[in-house]
Design a protein around this ligand. Structure first.
Ligand code: SF4
Ligand code: SF4
Ligand code: SF4
Length: 271
């Protein structure tokens, strides 16, 4: 069954334990990021008195999956949208196409990858919930089956008149997402895009994108892809040569040590 995360803005106290848990789980460095970056996949942002977690929405019909020309993104049956860096050619179509501006690129890296929340896919495989929902002290982030969470969201709205706006963000946006939000104020006040279509965006493929002038340049992307692959191979080769050199130095050092020991032994025998 497809899983999801329900985030209830009224329950979040801004403690940021979920940010820390995400970084621990994914071996990401600590820093002072205030928005999503290649090393910050989950961010708690303050809007007036309210706190909102932003991370990948794990769309039901993800555009990052449909635009990727080499199939580096996959939507899994459990709901997570994951990324395979070994397939990525660095074209960054996914960044241009994501309606929530989620994927980020490792600009400074010699081996750049696209980075984003993967819904703790390895934890889901072991029957665990994501690190961020497990750590949340108030239950602001709730993990479960998408259908059950939608029911829960409806119950909260109906049984607490005036506490919530009558909208579950993510239920229908871009065809639905696996991250759902409840809020006490209109979503536009929390920085959400409230003009998104409720239709999925599967027609947004890499081929269609390449035909839209000024959005992405097909030739440029392909050239960049070729450069990226060549650069990656050069880097790998450089690392291999460096490793080989270190191994040789280590071996030569050992040989010299053995020769020295033998010479000393022979000298002692002559004496
Ligand atoms: S939010 Fe963006 S990156 Fe995440 S699944 Fe949807 S399209 Fe892909
Ligand atoms: S689901 Fe996992 S990867 Fe995604 S924000 Fe939560 S802890 Fe981070
Ligand atoms: S751990 Fe829970 S309460 Fe704390 S910031 Fe994250 S979502 Fe909000």
């Amino acid at each position: 069954m497809a899983k999801a995360i329900l985030f209830d803005v009224t329950k979040c106290i801004g403690c940021k334990a979920c940010e820390v848990a995400c970084k621990d789980q994914n071996h990401l460095p600590e820093n002072e990021d205030t928005k999503l970056t290649a090393v910050t996949w989950n961010i708690v942002q303050q809007h007036g008195e309210r706190y909102v977690r932003r991370f990948c929405m794990h769309c039901q019909t993800p555009t990052c999956v449909s635009v990727c020309p080499v199939g580096a993104f996959t939507k899994r049956p459990d709901g997570a949208v994951v990324y395979d860096e070994t397939k990525c050619i660095g074209c960054r179509y996914c960044m241009a196409a994501c309606p929530f501006e989620v994927p980020k690129y490792e600009w400074a890296s010699t081996m750049p990858r696209v980075q984003k929340c993967i819904m703790c896919a390895s934890r889901l495989e072991q029957g665990q919930q994501p690190a961020c929902t497990e750590i949340c002290p108030t239950g602001a982030g709730l993990f479960g089956e998408r259908e059950e969470l939608l029911k829960e969201a409806r119950v909260r709205i109906e049984s607490n008149p005036g506490q919530y706006v009558d909208h579950v963000y993510g239920e229908k946006e871009v065809g639905g997402t696996s991250v759902l939000y409840l809020s006490s104020v209109p979503f536009g006040e929390l920085g959400f895009d409230t003009n998104l279509t409720t239709d999925p965006l599967p027609s947004l493929t890499w081929y269609v994108l390449s035909k839209i002038p000024n959005l992405v340049s097909f030739g440029g992307v392909m050239l960049f892809g070729i450069w990226w692959i060549i650069n990656r191979r050069i880097t790998l080769e450089r690392e291999r040569v460096q490793r080989q050199r270190l191994e040789n130095q280590e071996r030569d050092g050992k040989s010299e040590q053995q020769l020295g020991t033998r010479a000393m032994t022979m000298a002692e025998e002559v004496d």
